[in-house]
Design a protein around this ligand. Sequence first.
Ligand code: CA
Length: 218
Amino acid sequence: MRILLVEDELGLGEAVQEHAASAGHAVDWMKTLEEAEHAAQSIAYHLVLLDLALPDGSGLDLLRGLRGRGDKVPVIILTARDRISDRIAGLNAGADDYLVKPFDLDELSARILAVTRRYAGDPNPVLRLGDLEIDQTARSVSVAGVQTELTAREWAVLELLMRRPGALVSKDRIEDALYAFGAEIESNAVEVYVSRLRKKLGREAIHTVRGLGYRLEP
Ligand code: CA
């Protein structure tokens, strides 16, 4: 997933960015409202992690802007324990969930998964497609009952494809999800990861639509 992290606390921002990156997500970390607004208008994010008290304004303005434009991207608010009114205002402005600082990084992962599953319209963490069984909570995949290990990047690609099995996902969209701003993009990265996934999941699991993208066979 491509995640927009908006947080001005350096220690917390670093921890969240590292944790999300180790799970294969591409994280754009913005420390001011202005930077965040700019990023949100140039990239279609899969998720926003939003601190409200920013040096140049309130994260609520970003959230209201997104919802005002009809953007349904899942938003999780990161807030201090004593700011209950902020949390309520955030939920009222269209946030999907919130986390109280300091939070456990594993709890963050669980919330991210829950919010994105709800967004995809399927609260069930286990997806079954023919021989293929994908457990999003355990991040495990089995083919005809045999477990197979995926790297974080392979998982990130599969995660995009399995949001809507059968739906076409463009190569650009996959590339967006793999690389944050400023990251060096490996050439043919998407082809490479799709080909590795096919080796592990079976040749027919992922269908190429020439010139357009890929889809997971439902
Ligand atoms: Ca802050």
